[in-house]
Design a protein around this ligand. Structure first.
Ligand SMILES: [Zn+2]
Ligand SMILES: [Zn+2]
Length: 821
């Protein structure tokens, strides 16, 4: 028989592009990935796909691997008969867009017309987005590209606004003026979740403060002019003018006598008191610490606790305020620091400067040290939800389970509500207008429309509070934190508020796949918002992937020069190779190493699979299980059943590492290396006689049928098991060998036929492997008398099959060309 697979080698580029074209047409004509309720009894499987951020090339190779694996989740579910929604969205809101646009077009956001700037952002995004979608498609993602969404679309932003209005109505939003994290570079409030901490070298300045004597002491020593001084150490001397107290540890013997005394602030000559407080650590600096508004979160805490009066030290541009006095006002933080230190030194008030590294809070985006300044912001309540969220976190099925800890730790650390207003442009607008008469905020109606208060007229005539409208309204010009948008993705994809039937069928969604580093943001905020709005968790499962790191296990970054662009790699080796590498390399939840060499290595298995397919494609396919199966066939089918079970275990945990490695091991090192060799003889005989021999009772004929059936039963099962991981090559082999009418990607995957599972048979596996290896080695070691070279594997050999392998004797004898005795 002619092999159905003609090509002697697998050509990924040609084959993958042809299949992509075929899939593209199916999507266009048949809406292959559209989600609808065709059959209510068919369970929905909804993936809350992370909308990737088009941040420009190269896309992180770890992120590309992440999306390849999300596609595997979708394909497994489809093969298991689920009604799959695999939405594709692009996240287009927020600060990085603005920064990218400013750079690309060499403009400054705050120095140009807002609408013009927003238009530029859109154009910049469109280019980046097109590239990203091209890569996603090339990787073989079976997502709903036809109906892909953008988080900056009117429809999406309208949902963000509607859900905010809903929270407002339920009393879950409030406005407050309080010290908040502020990034002077980004010019906006940021949430705790957007802060990272780095150890940064800085100077701890030991300053001499003059202690003012207590009244009674003054009386006692009226003539004593000796100045008592106390040393106060600080990394923020520039905030000296905003100091309202000095704290010392109540147990610190050095200062016990000074508790309750006053000190005079150097340079500013203002009096503040020395207060005992446990948060002063005797071992840090001099043990005496100044409390300023605001050096850090501890200061915020102390101002509240001690009832101190706040001095606004910095304005929204990060400059010192009038409160600094004429010498120090209007300076950048660094300038002010230099000047204060210089003046202190000149006055002889610096005892010493100590170089230390200080754990400094930085803006996650711009890496700028954050400041804490009092600002008026909108807050969404989250503190009161923490106990409920913690309880729900235990009901959420985490893959891997260990990453639940990250969420729990974060929930425990939350100390303030979520500030959601941002002083930025490219984001969803806060749908509020302020009455010019009474200043009351008036919300847009909850009508599903998208509102832009900075440019739109208010959609109402009269103020809700004072009843007047004649003085007009001023639109809010701030936007939301982008997590306000991202946190409703499961609501958006299930048509919350739009299509009740779909929503009831599809929500809560099945699974949230996401990266480890955004558990405290995306995962947490989505839980919070969805629980607030629906009373239910947004998903049943959360799948958390590790980071892609370089060959040495280090983080990839442009500055280190260890970044790998996934696109050329995929073009060179094929999407299947890339996908197989990602599955076989990344164990669930752990970081995984990326290098071109490792990816190239994954290609070997695909070549092997192709070669096995090509070889088997010249044998007749027998689909119906014969009455009689030979022992060798029953043995490999028993091993196949084990493989199916192992794959089912891996896939049900969404851990593709398990099936990828188990299938490679089985296919290469058991099926091809041992089984195919054992039954080749029977299979060839069947091929040669298949048309001439019609006698169904003939033992030999039965043996041949048994081999052909088993070879194809194994190989077609291997294909279906690995189909989610390497969809292209499998589709090609499947359509050529088994069915050109159907796609393998809708076949059932975990089929085990009755009787295949056989613990008696798998006992022989080790014996078979040992025996075959022993014979092969023996042939290698035996020098032929005729040729003077080692025996070839085909050469006859005089050896006996051990009794425990009796039932396999005939196959083994043929395989090794054992001489008759
Ligand atoms: Zn920043
Ligand atoms: Zn009013």
């Amino acid at each position: 028989m002619e092999p159905k697979i003609q090509s002697t080698s697998w050509n990924p580029e040609m084959i993958e592009n042809a299949i992509l074209k075929k899939w593209g047409e199916e999507e266009k004509e048949k809406d292959a990935y559209h989600f609808a309720i065709d059959d209510e009894s068919k369970p929905a499987f909804v993936i809350d796909t992370p909308p990737p951020y088009p941040s420009g090339r190269p896309w992180h190779i770890g992120a590309a691997a992440h999306y390849a694996q999300i596609d595997m989740i979708a394909r497994v579910a489809r093969m298991n008969g689920k009604n799959v929604l695999f939405p594709i969205g692009i996240d287009r809101n927020g600060l990085p867009v603005e920064i990218y646009t400013e750079k690309k077009y060499k403009v400054r956001m705050r120095q140009m017309d807002r609408q013009k700037f927003l238009d530029l952002c859109k154009v910049a995004l469109d280019d980046l987005e097109a590239e990203m979608i091209q890569i996603m498609k090339r990787m073989g993602l079976s997502g709903n590209f036809k109906e892909y969404y953008r988080t900056d679309s009117d429809e999406y932003r309208a949902l963000t606004q509607t859900t905010f209005i809903e929270l407002w109505k339920r009393g879950l939003v409030y406005v407050a003026n309080r010290p908040n994290n502020y990034c002077p570079d980004c010019g906006t409030t940021i949430a705790d979740a957007e802060i990272i901490y780095n150890e940064i070298p800085t100077k701890l300045v030991h300053m001499k403060f003059k202690v003012k004597k207590k009244k009674e002491e003054e009386k006692e020593n009226e003539n004593n002019t000796d100045d008592t001084r106390i040393t106060v150490a600080s990394t923020r001397p520039e905030l000296l003018f905003a100091c309202q107290a000095v704290i010392v540890n109540p147990e610190d013997d050095r200062y016990k006598h000074l508790q309750g005394s006053h000190v005079i602030l150097p340079l500013f000559n203002r009096e503040v008191s020395i207060v005992p407080h446990h948060s002063a650590k005797p071992e840090f600096g001099s043990g005496a610490v100044m409390v300023c508004s605001y050096g850090d979160q501890n200061d915020v805490q102390l101002f509240r606790e001690l009832g101190l009066k706040e001095i606004v030290a910095l304005n929204e541009n990060g400059f010192t305020t009038e409160a600094a006095g004429q010498h120090y006002a209007g300076l950048r933080v660094n300038q002010a620091r230099t000047k204060v230190i210089e003046d202190l030194k000149n006055a002889g008030l610096v005892e010493k400067e100590e170089s230390i590294t200080h754990r400094t809070p930085l803006c996650e985006r711009s890496k700028t040290p954050i400041e804490i300044i009092p600002l008026q912001d909108y807050y969404v309540k989250q503190l009161e939800f923490v106990p409920q969220l913690k309880e729900l976190a235990f009901k959420l099925n985490f893959h891997p389970d260990m990453h639940r800890q990250i969420l729990l730790k974060w929930l425990d650390s939350i100390s303030i509500d979520w500030p959601v207003s941002r002083r930025r442009f490219y984001g969803t607008e806060i749908p509020i207008w302020y009455c010019n008469a009474c200043k009351a905020p008036n919300l847009a109606p909850s009508d599903g429309k998208y509102y832009r208060p900075w440019k739109d007229k208010p959609p109402f005539e009269k103020c809700e509070k004072c009843g007047y409208g004649d003085s007009g309204f001023t639109g809010e010009d701030r936007t939301f934190d982008t997590w306000m948008d991202s946190s409703i993705s499961p609501l958006y994809v299930t048509k919350f508020g739009k299509d009740k039937k779909i929503f009831d069928y599809a929500y809560p969604t099945t699974i949230r796949p996401q990266a480890k580093d955004i558990i405290r943001t995306w995962l947490h905020y989505t839980m919070l918002r969805c629980v607030q709005l629906t009373g239910k968790m947004p998903w049943h499962e959360a799948w958390i992937m590790g980071y892609g790191v370089d060959e040495k296990g280090e983080k990839m970054s442009k500055s280190k020069g260890n970044v790998i662009d996934p696109f050329p790699v995929i073009q060179k080796y094929g999407a299947d190779t890339f996908r197989f590498w990602s599955a076989s390399e990344a164990n669930l939840g752990y970081d995984f190493r990326c290098s071109e060499q490792r990816i190239a290595g994954a290609q070997k298995f695909l070549s092997k699979l192709w070669n096995i397919g090509r070889f088997l494609s010249s044998f007749e396919v027998i689909e119906e299980r014969p009455q009689h199966l030979e022992p060798s066939d029953r043995w490999i089918l028993a091993e196949l059943a084990q493989l199916v079970k192992e794959c089912r275990r891996g896939y049900s945990d969404y851990n593709f590492f398990v099936p990828a490695n188990a299938i490679r091991e089985f296919t290469w090192h058991l099926f091809a290396a041992h089984y195919i060799e054992m039954v080749k003889g029977r299979a060839y005989a069947a091929n040669n006689n298949s048309h001439s021999n019609n006698s169904n009772n003939d033992d030999e004929y039965m043996g041949k049928r048994s081999a052909l059936y088993t070879l194809h039963r194994c190989f077609s099962t291997i294909l279906s098991l690995i189909a989610p991981v390497i969809p292209f090559i499998v589709e090609e082999l499947w359509t050529k060998m088994y069915s050109n009418e159907t796609t393998i990607h809708r076949q059932a995957m975990f089929r085990i036929e009755e009787g295949e599972e056989d613990a008696e048979m798998t006992k022989y596996t080790k014996h078979i492997i040992d025996f075959n290896s022993m014979v092969w080695n023996k042939k290698k070691e035996t020098i032929s008398k005729e040729t003077g070279k080692p025996l070839s594997l085909k050469d006859p050999i005089d050896i006996s099959v051990p009794p425990e392998l009796e039932q396999f004797r005939e196959d083994l004898k043929t395989m090794h060309n054992v001489l008759p005795r």
